[in-house]
Design a protein around this ligand. Structure first.
Ligand code: 8Y7
Length: 258
């Protein structure tokens, strides 16, 4: 899954793809590099970031969805707003990636009616405060419990299990130690019976580990993505598609041996 941020203040490519044309050009590049899904986002969710209105988010995202709808690649929209979900599904998006796990009023119904896939992300707290002092008794057990509850709510609303993807939400209300434990024991999410999506690309935990600047996180991002794949992740949300694909090719070549 290639990341397409259309926001002036996103984590690592803020402002660079601010216009529709630039976003579409970048999308084409991600597809050429081998992305199988694009994740289109119009609101930054970095810790402490400001929220945007429905109108502004749609102004950023909708033209890009419309322009990419014919490219023959599944389009995911990274949003928590039901209005944005409804409009982008109508325009051709087939997946909703919601860091709020469809907890906004109305979101569940829009996804159920739209018949699209949903990625349920775990987050402790809200983006503005989530990194202030995250606490867990058992980070694996608590996140699994949350995701299991959300899966039950999805199924009760008529969203079939085949359309549900789970994500432990690296960096969303987690310390470095929580994130490392999640990656180490990611295989414990396999018994949830839904594909696992993981986003580690260029996240601050990699900066903490490597002590590199944020524009020098490609190698650590690829390493983390590969570890996630080895531990059972089925979808990797990444900025650096080519580099990640190369790592996965090596992994698959080795893993396919008897
Ligand atoms: C994730 C995500 C972000 C993630 C899923 C960033 C939108 C922060 N991270 N969605 N979104 N999983 N599913 O650094 O880890 O890209 S935003």
């Amino acid at each position: 899954m290639g990341i397409l941020n259309i926001t002036p203040d996103s984590f690592s490519d803020g402002g660079l793809y601010a216009s529709t044309d630039a976003a579409v050009l970048h999308a084409v590049r991600l597809i050429e590099e081998g992305a199988d899904i694009l994740d289109i986002g119009g609101e930054s969710t970095r810790p402490g970031s400001a929220s945007v209105s429905v109108e502004e988010e749609l102004r950023r995202v909708l033209p890009v969805v419309q322009a990419l709808e014919s490219k023959g690649i599944p389009l995911s929209v990274d949003t928590s707003k039901p209005e944005v979900m409804r409009a982008t599904i109508k325009a051709g998006a087939t997946m909703i990636n919601d860091i709020n796990a469809l907890q906004s009023p109305g979101a569940l119904e829009v996804v159920a009616d739209g018949g699209v896939t949903v990625c349920l992300v775990h987050m402790q707290g809200k983006p503005k405060y989530m990194q202030s002092d995250p606490q867990y008794k058992d980070v694996i057990v608590e996140i699994k419990d949350f995701l299991r509850q959300r899966i039950d709510v999805m199924e009760a609303a008529g969203i079939v299990r085949e359309r549900i993807i789970i994500d432990p939400g690296f960096g969303f209300g987690k310390t470095l130690k929580h994130n490392l434990k999640l990656l180490r024991y990611l295989d414990q999410f396999a018994d949830m019976g839904t594909p696992i999506l993981v986003g580690l690309s260029r996240k601050s935990m990699l900066r903490e580990i490597t002590r590199n600047k944020k524009d020098d996180l490609v190698f650590s991002s690829v390493s983390a993505a590969l570890l996630a794949a080895i531990n059972g992740a089925r979808i990797l949300r990444v900025h650096d598609v080519k580099a990640t694909k190369d790592a996965l090719k090596v992994y698959n070549a080795v893993a396919s041996q008897e």
